[in-house]
Design a protein around this ligand. Structure first.
Ligand SMILES: Nc1nc2c(ncn2[C@@H]2O[C@H](COP(=O)(O)OP(=O)(O)O)[C@@H](O)[C@H]2O)c(=O)[nH]1
Ligand SMILES: [Mg+2]
Length: 263
């Protein structure tokens, strides 16, 4: 408003007023800045401990409902699994310190190499970059996997960061996720076989499995290896595998994933 008035009284006056105002503004804004700047100290240090593998695990929000509303096939939907894998590839493409990612159902774990200095190892930065890249990719690639079936609303994924200090701990973590996949997959396969082929209601199938644990123990899973995906990187190429990661073979065939324990 003042500048507008000065404009009308001529060029020189205007430039003086502008300079004076600029000085006033700079000094008062820098005073204000320093007055408010203390709030920065409320930020907490979330640097991840050195020498640890940093694992970011994402999990789909309310995917029970999401799967139903998008008509995922039971017990496993290959389109959904393919889309999850593609989204994980996209994350690995952007964040090159990720050495392996393992996914099943609506979750994916990403392992950063233990010597990574990406984003100064700040947990919140690592986690939010993984979660946002994954979520936007899930939406971006939806049509590639689901064709004309529309995405009804934006899906979300939560994230957490866990640190593992040794190769054994990291392998046990990944084994835990794969064992969880097998158990759920076994249960779901038997459950939906009882419903779809055995003619039981969902309540009857649940009751039957509660009473008779041997049903699941006796059953062998068809194509079990295709329901989860470790995605690894070797010489910058990202590759997907459907294989066991609990035993030693996978790790012997990919010696470049784990780093030396004595660093
Ligand atoms: N039908 C079907 N459902 C799936 C598939 N993958 C994930 N889901 C659903 O997603 C849920 C994921 O589990 P969880 O994270 O515990 O449930 P959330 O809290 O609802 O996300 C499963 O219980 C299923 O209901 C799939 O391939 N097919
Ligand atoms: Mg979930």
């Amino acid at each position: 408003m003042l500048i507008g008035k000065a404009c009308r009284v001529g060029g020189r006056v205007r430039s003086c007023v502008v300079k004076a105002l600029a000085r006033l503004f700079t000094s008062s804004s820098s005073m204000a800045k320093s007055k408010f700047e203390y709030v920065r100290n409320f930020e907490t240090d979330d640097t991840c401990l050195r020498n640890c593998y940093i694992v970011v695990r994402l999990d789909g929000r309310n995917f029970h409902k999401f799967a139903e509303q998008h008509k995922f096939t039971k017990p496993n939907d290959n389109r959904a699994l393919g889309l999850m894998t593609q989204s994980a590839r996209s994350v690995m493409g952007e964040l090159e310190d990720i050495v392996i990612a393992y996914g099943q159902s609506d979750e994916f774990s990403f392992v950063f190499k233990r010597t990574s200095t990406l984003f100064k190892r700040r947990a919140s930065k690592l986690m939010t970059h993984v979660a946002s890249q994954f979520s936007s990719s899930y939406v971006f690639y939806w049509k590639e996997f689901f064709g004309e079936q529309p995405l009804l609303y934006p899906p979300g994924f939560d994230g957490r960061v866990v640190l593992y200090p040794s190769n054994r701990n990291l392998r046990d973590y990944l084994s835990w996720r794969q064992a969880d996949c097998h158990i759920n997959n076994l249960y779901n396969t038997v459950f939906w076989t009882l419903v779809q082929k055995g003619g039981l209601t969902t309540a009857q199938a649940e009751d039957r499995l509660k009473r008779d644990e041997t049903v699941t123990k006796r059953m062998k899973l068809p194509n079990e290896e295709e329901k989860d995906v470790p995605v690894t990187r070797s010489r910058r190429r990202v590759q997907a595998y459907h294989c066991d990661i609990i035993g030693d073979q996978f790790w012997e065939e990919h010696p470049d994933i784990l780093e030396d324990d004595n660093c």
